[in-house]
Ligand binder design. Structure first.
Ligand SMILES: Cc1ncc(C[n+]2csc(CCOP(=O)(O)OP(=O)(O)O)c2C)c(N)n1
Length: 170
């Protein structure tokens, strides 16, 4: 089913808006514990998001891109990765970065423009979030080529927006 007449392709989906499974073949084999962990991550991220927006409005945080409503696509896709896989985030993809290992306090420092906020720990396979639109896509090509040349079994993943909707940004 097409989402609307402006979308000339059928999106891959497993759940319908009402939560029923529409594509059982693609249903991931997740245990109850894993589903609970995913839910915990989404609720944690929603609470952090609300707190960060409040701090931003009080002038206590600088740049902060809200994530409410897209936690599932961010955290679900990240949950499929291994610690060795390489993350190329955009400015909105801080939750994946935190669950990949960036200490939460550094995410807040990043929002405050502090240099330590952008210092990704050595054991966290990621680059800094990109604010230049699509810069992470060229980085992705380079990292993926490096992985391929080394013959490693890792993936590199980049995240980006779906096209700016006025009023949604910040
Ligand atoms: C090269 C470049 N041009 C313009 C901008 C200004 N800019 C910042 S956010 C934004 C919209 C991004 O929309 P989208 O890629 O859909 O991501 P979203 O914020 O919706 O997640 C623009 C045009 C920029 N950051 N970089």
């Amino acid at each position: 089913m097409l989402l609307d007449e402006r979308t000339p392709y059928e999106p891959v989906r497993i759940l319908a808006e009402d939560g029923t499974v529409v594509n059982p073949d693609l249903m991931p084999d997740l245990s109850d514990d894993q589903l609970r962990e995913l839910m915990r991550r989404m609720v944690f991220t929603r609470m952090w998001d609300q707190r960060a927006i409040a701090l931003n409005r009080q002038g206590r945080l600088g740049f902060y891109a809200p994530v409410a409503g897209q936690e599932a696509s961010m955290l679900g896709s990240h949950y499929a990765l291994n610690k060795d896989d390489f993350l190329l985030p955009s400015y909105r993809d801080i939750p994946q970065l935190v669950f990949h290992g960036l200490p939460l306090y550094q995410a807040f420092l990043y929002s405050r423009g502090h240099i330590h906020g952008g210092q990704i720990p050595r054991d966290v396979h990621a680059l800094m979030p990109q604010i230049i639109i699509a810069a992470q896509c060229t980085q992705l090509a380079g990292v993926a080529l490096g992985i391929k040349l080394r013959g490693e079994r890792r993936v590199a993943i980049a995240y980006f927006g779906e096209g700016h909707v006025p009023g949604r940004f910040l």
